[in-house]
Design a protein around this ligand. Structure first.
Ligand code: HGY
Ligand code: MN
Ligand code: MN
Length: 422
């Protein structure tokens, strides 16, 4: 599919190759169950990074890597700097047992836009930067969106490198081990505008059969780790009245969080990771360690949810005679995207004859970090049955290609081209 540009040259996404690359990169880290796992800075992540770099170099993009392993492929415009660049990015790390599209789709669609210029023999007026950010998922190292948070000045490099992974490995050691501690100063590749194409990961577009989501807002995120210290005791001899059961206290908190979400307008709560110690069938747990993911599009309601949780914990400590400590792992306020860029996405969809709607992102994305430093917007395509962070994550080829065409149209409009061959 192509889009007209002055001088009659048509820019086209190589749609067959885009789908092929999504399939190939989506297979890195795959396991027999059909899910793939590419935790940040793992060997699997390295394999995906190496493959992405190879594809960038095949397009003769200037590949740069910053000190946190963020990867940038640059197609220069009229000058040889990145001033006034348009960046198209996302991530290639995954959660555990993930689907094939989350992140990968956006990075490779950006690469497909760069390829469209190359194959048309055209140079953009403004530089185009294709980016893959480190540790978007935040499963191994917190906070999530860490690479783009560092890139936009939201976390010091030393603090990011010192992050201890769920496996006890320091992020800096993992980064060096896979050879992705780069030397590019992020300020040299900071863009003026940012676009991210992503599968919705939720049920909205699929349920009402809309082609394109114009993301105008992204909800706030609060990640905490809660540690409950109780008293290990015999499961058979200890009467309830004598128990200080960390496991039971954790269960009460999980139920409390579900009830808080049900009673709220939009707050979503999830306990995704939970460990008991000593983890024995006949021992009352002395310790429970678990995570709380709380989100809301409204900052006031998110703060209210956090305060309600802390008040509940204070009460529970007394009732159950346990100790409870809370560590904040990530905390990001809701983000509004650039209205002019969002309108450009909407226009591009309309011109293509695709249906579109304004939508709030339930998931976190690197775009929310880029929005701190430049004009940013996102484009969504449907997720079948709203499923994501699951091997069953699926979007049809035609839906994927519609998103890529809209991305091409918005990007090429903003990049312009000189008409001179490269
Ligand atoms: O958690 C999120 O929303 C994103 O997938 N990192
Ligand atoms: Mn993602
Ligand atoms: Mn994700």
């Amino acid at each position: 599919m192509s889009v007209g540009t002055p001088g009659n040259t048509r820019l086209e996404i190589d749609e067959t190759l885009l789908l092929k690359q999504i399939e190939l990169l989506g297979k890195v880290g795959i396991d027999p169950s059909g899910g793939r796992t590419r935790l940040a800075l793992s060997e699997q992540d390295k394999m995906a990074r190496d493959l992405l770099q190879q594809w960038m170099k095949e397009l003769a993009l200037d590949v740069k890597i910053d000190p946190l392993g963020n990867i940038f492929g640059i197609l220069y415009g009229e000058g040889d700097s990145c001033a006034n660049a348009l960046m198209i990015g996302s991530h290639i790390d995954t959660v555990i047992n993930a689907g094939p599209l989350d992140g990968v789709y956006g990075v490779l669609s950006g690469l497909a836009v760069a390829r469209a210029f190359r194959e048309a023999g055209m140079r953009p007026i403004r530089p185009l930067i294709v980016a893959a950010f480190t540790n978007e998922e935040g499963v191994r190292f917190q906070p999530d969106m860490m690479g783009s948070l560092f890139f936009t000045g939201g976390i010091f490099l030393d603090d990011a490198l010192a992050a201890k992974g769920s496996d006890g490995v320091l992020l800096g050691d993992a980064l060096r081990r896979i050879g992705y501690a780069g030397g590019t100063d992020p300020s040299l590749v900071l863009p003026a505008e940012y676009l991210e194409l992503h599968v919705e990961q939720g049920p909205v577009l699929d349920s009402i059969k809309i082609d394109i989501g114009v993301v105008e807002h992204l909800q706030g995120i609060s990640w905490k780790q809660i540690e409950i210290s109780g008293t290990a005791n015999h499961a058979g001899t200890t009467p309830v009245s004598m128990r200080h059961d960390a496991g039971y206290a954790a269960a009460k908190i999980i139920v409390f969080l579900r009830e808080l979400a049900c009673a709220s307008e939009n707050t979503r709560t999830t306990v995704g990771s939970l460990r008991f110690l000593p983890d024995a069938i006949n021992v009352i747990p002395s310790k429970a360690v678990f995570t709380v993911d709380m989100r809301d599009p409204d900052e006031g309601r998110l703060v209210d949810g956090e305060e309600k949780l802390l008040a509940f914990l204070r009460e529970l400590q007394m009732e159950e005679g346990v100790g409870i400590s809370v560590e904040t792992l990530a905390r990001f306020k809701p983000v509004r995207f650039d209205s002019e860029l969002a309108a450009a996405v909407e226009d591009a969809a309309r011109i293509r004859g695709f249906s579109s709607m304004r939508i709030v992102s339930g998931a976190g994305h690197d775009a929310q970090m880029l929005a701190r430093v430049c004009k940013a917007a996102m484009i969504f395509v449907p997720s079948q049955d709203g499923i994501s962070h699951n091997p069953a994550e699926h979007t049809t080829d035609e839906q994927l290609l519609r998103g890529a065409r809209v991305l091409l149209d918005v990007a090429s409009e903003r990049l312009g081209h000189t008409g001179s061959s490269l």
